[in-house]
Design a protein around this ligand. Structure first.
Ligand SMILES: Nc1ncnc2c1ncn2[C@@H]1O[C@H](COP(=O)(O)OP(=O)(O)OP(=O)(O)O)[C@@H](O)[C@H]1O
Ligand SMILES: [Mg+2]
Length: 265
């Protein structure tokens, strides 16, 4: 039996509030693919990731589906065991008083922190795994420190811990390095590369070509309510295609398996 696709979208219409973001969207992503998603602001990158994580649903209609791991309507909590997500949006939803340990443990519950009723559901084994994750990320010393006393890089590392603590096979990154300095960005990049090499599904949204790991082999470009280009990295990251995608002159250089974009005029 062949493994189900990670994502199978057919003829989907997806709204975000009052905006119709995608119409007749078709997209397939197999398991163990490493994909970067590009597109101008507002092109629907975050909307697509939220659809995969079942935070958003397509309009129900005939001959249209969004299947994740082969299922139309799986239990969201089961699905989230397979997915770890790091996003700017998620980052902003955390209360400043949440500690590193609480952020990481919240990954087991797909929640924002472990306040109220959830606090009673945290098990010893979850704390043990979270402590191990803190150690692996080199932030054990921040275990009981509230987010408000951390740098953005340290906070983002906690979020990575949240995404990794339940050992998901799919990792979704929505601009994971936004606001991080070089050291923190490169550290993140290195961790994403290692996850890619160890066989994880990687879906990465970024505006920085140099942050697309060499391990990513497929690039999907979104614009105007759909996919405008999709293929091997080398065929998408070209001067012509990126200039047209972003409607500005862009040149692309390639260095050691990485790509760089700079103004083309
Ligand atoms: N909560 C919302 N209510 C209504 N419309 C929204 C909402 N969030 C986003 N949109 C709209 O949906 C469209 C797609 O937004 P989305 O956040 O997916 O874009 P994006 O590609 O992630 O952009 P960016 O690069 O700025 O992060 C945009 O037109 C945006 O204005
Ligand atoms: Mg976005």
């Amino acid at each position: 039996m062949t493994a189900p696709l990670l994502l199978d979208i057919h003829n989907a219409t997806i709204w975000r509030g009052t905006t119709c973001v995608f119409e007749k969207l078709d997209l397939q992503i197999a398991q163990h693919e490493r994909v970067a998603i590009l597109g101008p602001n507002g092109s629907g990158k975050t909307t697509l990731l939220k659809t995969i994580n079942r935070e958003l649903y397509p309009v129900a209609k005939r001959d249209s589906w969004v299947r994740i791991l082969g299922r139309d309507h799986c239990n969201v909590w089961d699905l989230r065991k397979h997915i770890g997500i790091v996003s700017h949006d998620l980052h902003q939803r955390y209360r400043p008083a949440t500690t590193a340990l609480e952020v990481i443990v919240s990954g087991f519950h797909s929640s924002i922190g472990v306040h109220g009723i959830l606090a009673g559901r945290v098990s010893e084994s979850q704390i043990k795994s979270a402590t191990k994750t803190l150690r692996e990320l080199g932030i054990e010393a921040l275990r009981d420190t509230p987010l408000k006393f951390m740098s953005t890089g340290q906070q983002r590392r906690c979020l990575l811990g949240r995404a990794l603590v339940h050992q998901p096979d799919t990792l979704i990154f929505d601009e994971p390095t936004a606001g991080l300095d070089f050291a923190a960005s490169f550290d993140y990049l290195d961790r994403i590369r290692r996850l890619a090499r160890s066989g994880h599904n990687i879906l990465l949204v970024t505006h920085h070509l140099n942050e697309i790991p060499p391990e990513v082999d497929r690039v999907i470009a979104l614009k105007d309510g759909g996919v405008v280009a999709d293929g091997p990295k080398d065929s998408i990251l070209t001067n012509e295609l990126l200039s047209s995608l972003y409607e500005t002159e862009i040149r692309v250089a390639r260095v050691d398996g990485f790509f760089l974009a700079y103004p083309g005029n």
